[in-house]
Design a protein around this ligand. Sequence first.
Ligand code: B12
Length: 332
Amino acid sequence: MLTRPSCRERRSGHASSHVVRPQGWSCVAEGLSCRPSRTYRERMYTVGRVAELIGVPSTTLRKWEQRYGVVAPQRSSGNYRLYDDEAVRRLSVMRTLVDAGWSAHEAAQHVAVDVSAAAAEVARPEVPCTDPRIQEVVRCAVDFDVPALERLLAEAFVDGDHATTVDEWLLPAMVELGRAWQRGEVSVAGEHFVSAAVHRRLAQAFQSVPVVNPDGPRVVAGLARGSRHELGVLAFCLVLRSRGVSVTYLGGDLPLEAWVGTVRLLSPAAVVIAAPTVEDLPAVRELVEALTPMTSVFLGGAHQDQVDGPERLGHRAGAAASALAARLTAAG
Ligand code: B12
């Protein structure tokens, strides 16, 4: 069931705090010319390529443009439509909303007004919310309670199983934090304060797990171009490493060419990527397509069900990492 965005000001606060810019190599109209560049230029796509990436026929894309004005593609010298990253992102959100039951007319209105806000309303997987630490994390964000947050996070990785910590309260707390922010109970600064602390602690825990089997099966993990929600995939990598798998963690926002080069170089047993937001879907689909001929590709994150092809790992990052570790160890 979808609800409509209600408070734009709150969201634009979040939005204005992180501007998303495509990075990396310049690639003008795929298939027309493609060369590396040191200067910033946007990637441009033909209508056929956008149709492939988004999974919608090009006739529908043209209809959304002509009837609803969702995008205004540029034109090549031969008068072919050329779409930039922002246009692909808008069309991707449009598809998600239409798939979720919105009429094309309504979806287009929301995309035109506020793409991020509209996407944020799309149903997300339910998470268990019973551990009291979930609400404590939210309280720390409201009060900017540094000592309490540091204590909670320090204790998180001292005893016990990392998978349990990650699945039972740490990642659910981040989801709850997002909801509290949407309701206006947590400020943008409070959300950043907590997510930065969680990121630091996950990274520290990852670092402190020894590499026990450097010659064993290797997994390369990270996020696609433009994708910066790292916490889920990093938590996954922490658990995977704690189960004795060698993990090469590439972080967020890695260009396609860099992914392909790294996978070619390392020949990992598997690649794990995540699709945390609907805006990430075109870049994730493109990455999956490029990597699938090279190795086994696994997918996690809130929007994993919207990408065809790779094996989906589900929404419990810790349990999924344990299961993948067991499979890789048994196979290799
Ligand atoms: C912290 C945060 C940020 C931080 C991220 C910091 C970091 N280093 O990761 C920063 C400030 C960078 C950020 C930026 C943005 N954010 Co933000 N962010 C969040 C917040 C509050 C928490 C994210 C998080 O870690 N969640 C925990 C994850 C792990 O939960 P999950 O994605 O639902 O995944 C579940 C499972 O799928 C599984 N899982 C997750 N990953 C993986 C991986 C594997 C391998 C497996 C097996 C499982 C798995 O674990 C989770 C628990 O069940 C969320 C709120 C939310 N509901 O998540 C918003 C949220 C994700 N952000 C959002 C938005 C809109 C943005 C921005 C576009 C804002 C803007 N306008 O600039 C940018 C985009 C940046 C980018 N280019 O990617 C929206 C996304 C809506 C959508 N489009 O789908 C959300 C949902 C907030 C909202 N309600 O509007 N954000």
